[in-house]
Write a protein that binds this ligand. Structure first.
Ligand SMILES: Cc1ncc(COP(=O)(O)O)c(C=O)c1O
Length: 380
């Protein structure tokens, strides 16, 4: 994990001063805690990544699990440089995206269990759906569900490149699975996918080495499948920590990055090209000690599972979070009074967004758009 536990330290200060000398103007009339997108930084991230993929052979298939919003998914697609579809993590997220009008969805996960497989296959009659597989049982159950539903479904072979989470761990394993898929009616072998995880190494050279080793293992699996006489068209990999490295690798056709839109506390030290764009705005409701303020948000609304949020203020550090409160210790340079608002950068954007119904797009202190979190709570 990237160290976000010392936001008042040198690293935090360096990144904060990159953007804001002071907090952005508080949005008027916003009930807190509220989730806010800083439009200027959001637009910077959106365009930077879109322009890269417009110019490169690999294209972006944005992972929407971070924002869970149909409107933002459509914005990403219309910004250009994409395959015209999205990634999701869950069947229920895929349902939301398809209902919202997105007609090409890759569920970057193994789907097992009758109920979820039936739901997945029902979607395949409305949109182009792809799903990950990494075991013969998985291939067979997906094929049977597709046959029962009378649909054809795209499958992608998951390659375990460095996460040890899921995926086949050898090119031989990938070829065996590809042959099984080729024999199955109702399945179409679309390609291979090797998500390498967040490569949370700040040293750019070392990160490049690790990312390239991972993506080359995925490409090797695709090559071995081709040599066996089959034709995987898609080679998918990459996330926000590796998007330029993996996205420049010959043979890669799609990149699965998602969190690039917001550059959360985990990505902040890894991605100097991106700007933090997603914040939770909280209000100071307590001042029990002179150098401590208490905010009206706690871990019920702002998960600290990936670390505490980073207060967007010099000399201010989260000391403790409970269900509904956050205690921030103030140094000499920080001044906050009762009723003041503080912007907090979440350590991880997916977890933060999942707890809110809407995102407030803010420009120059004004809410200019309310973005619905359509797939919030979609965990099946
Ligand atoms: C399978 C998969 N692909 C892509 C991503 C994208 O990650 P990021 O938000 O870092 O771009 C994730 C993130 O968890 C993931 O699990």
């Amino acid at each position: 994990m990237t160290d976000t536990t010392d936001p008042a330290g040198e690293l935090g200060a360096q990144f904060r001063s990159r953007l804001y000398q002071e907090m952005p103007p508080p949005p008027a009339a916003l009930a807190t805690p509220a989730l806010v997108i800083d439009e200027r930084s959001f637009q910077h991230n959106l365009e930077l990544v879109a322009n890269f993929f417009i110019k490169h052979p690999a294209k972006l298939r944005p992972h929407t699990k971070c924002h869970k919003s149909v409107a933002l998914a459509k914005l990403q697609i219309s910004a250009g440089g994409t395959v015209g579809g999205v990634c999701v993590a869950k069947v229920s997220e895929a349902e939301v995206m398809v209902d919202g009008g997105i007609d090409d969805v890759f569920v970057v996960n193994q789907i097992l269990g009758k109920e979820n497989l039936e739901r997945l296959c029902a979607l395949a009659s409305k949109a182009r759906i792809a799903v990950l597989v990494d075991a013969p049982e998985n291939v067979r159950s997906t094929a049977s569900a597709a046959a029962r539903a009378g649909v054809s479904i795209d499958v992608m072979i998951d390659v375990n490149t460095r996460m040890n989470r899921t995926g086949v761990s050898s090119v031989e394993g990938a070829v065996e699975l590809a042959e099984l898929i080729a024999e199955a009616h109702n399945l179409h072998l679309r390609g291979v996918s090797g998500y390498e995880g967040t490569v949370d190494v700040t040293d750019r050279r070392k990160r490049t080495e690790q990312a390239l080793a991972a993506v080359r293992a995925t490409c090797a699996a695709a090559d071995a499948i081709r040599q066996s006489g089959l034709a995987p068209e898609v080679v998918s990999a990459g996330g926000t920590s590796t998007w330029q490295i993996t996205g420049s690798e010959p043979g890669v056709t799609e990149i699965q990055a998602g969190g690039y839109l917001f550059c959360d506390g985990g990505h902040l030290p890894l991605n100097p090209e991106l700007e933090p764009a997603l914040f939770v705005v909280a209000t100071v409701i307590g001042h029990a000690e002179p150098d401590m303020v208490v905010l009206d948000v706690g871990s019920e609304a702002l998960s600290a599972a990936y670390g505490p949020p980073i207060p967007w203020m010099h000399d201010c550090k989260v000391e403790h979070m409970s269900g509904r409160y956050t205690h921030c210790r103030l140094g000499r340079g920080a001044r906050l009074r009762l009723g003041d608002q503080l912007w907090l950068l979440p350590a991880q954007c997916d977890m933060a967004i999942n707890r809110f119904a809407a995102l407030h797009m803010v420009r120059d202190g004004h809410v200019v758009n309310l973005v619905s979190v359509d797939a919030g709570g979609c965990s099946q």
